[in-house]
Write a protein that binds this ligand. Sequence first.
Ligand code: PLP
Length: 392
Amino acid sequence: MNAKPRGRQFFNNPGPTNIPDRVLRAMDRPVIDFMSDEFVAIQHACHAGVKRVLKTDQTLYFYNSSGHGAWEAALANLFSAGDKVLIVETGYFSQSWEEMAVNLGIIVETFAADWRKGADITRLAERIAADKAHEIKAVLTVHNETATGMVLPVAEIRRALDQARHPALLLSDTISSLGSIDYRMDAWGVDVTVGGSQKGLMLPTGMALTGVSNKALDTARKNKAPRHYWNWELMNGRAPQKFMGTAPVHMFFGLQESLKMLEEEGLDGVFQRHTRLAEATRAAVRQWGSDGKGPQLYCQATDRLSNSVTAVVMPEGTSSDPLRKVAIDRYNLSLGGGLGPLMGKVFRIGHMGDLNEPMLLGCLATTELAMKTAGVPFVKGGVDAAIESLAG
Ligand code: PLP
């Protein structure tokens, strides 16, 4: 018989992430009428709170869906078949969003980039400036590529659009950065922000959101493409909820609590904690691979390293799958796997959401233990390097 490992599971997937006990307790209550004044007040408070996290004064919509739904809401409201968009390649998630756009009949130009080095913003600015006929209706970006552990400088892309006086909309997926890494929708001139519940907002999977600028709302109003569930205009007509269908009241109970937690710590405090934990993780990985043969950081752009997830390249001739299996089956540590072409080649350490120093050190120590058990070569001392980083 296969006994399950005892003790609490250490959950270091880059989404879904740990759900704090406080959020679970807040959700552990009887249902209420989603048309009641009590619920409308909760929902309004959540709208205001999430807008503070997005740093926007514009419009916010929630959906009963995973992040894919918010991706589709953005595309379905803004574009018709035959419209052209430019998507900045970052990794598996930019490719997946691109695939969705293609399936909706949108013409997609990919701004190609090396997944380890990141997109060249100077060349991207040149491409935008060269589009004199303004055929590109929008630039689609993934702020934090969860598959590679790399951040994209979205504000620089806004600058490139402004310098070229290009009217394209700017869309940004913040699914793995929202509430973990600084993001400023209005200051960066982002027209649509895509987010999900299950990462920095520390909730179960199942609710997604879009922040929408007035300019994007105007584009959507003029767009004749058929759509229903995601239709922002229809949602506006459903005030005061602005929700299509039955609102997931328990998600809002949880969200109210997670927003409270984020505000108690302060967003800057939240971002600093994510930076500290990310730097400690990277210190450990650098030590493991310090002989040039052990595991290495996947992201090679040192100024774009993600503070919410670290992708780690496996040493030559080893696969991340048996390592992850040992980690979960023997030691109850859940690590993320490689996605798409990175399957087996990398593993990912999620360090976002409800996480502190002991939880991270437990994860890093257990990753070392799992590497030893699975016969993955590495240089000892990763945990010491992480401690030095945290103590410094
Ligand atoms: N975009 C990014 C950056 C993601 O990390 C994910 C999921 O991990 C998605 C989009 C898709 O979101 P979901 O799995 O909630 O549909």
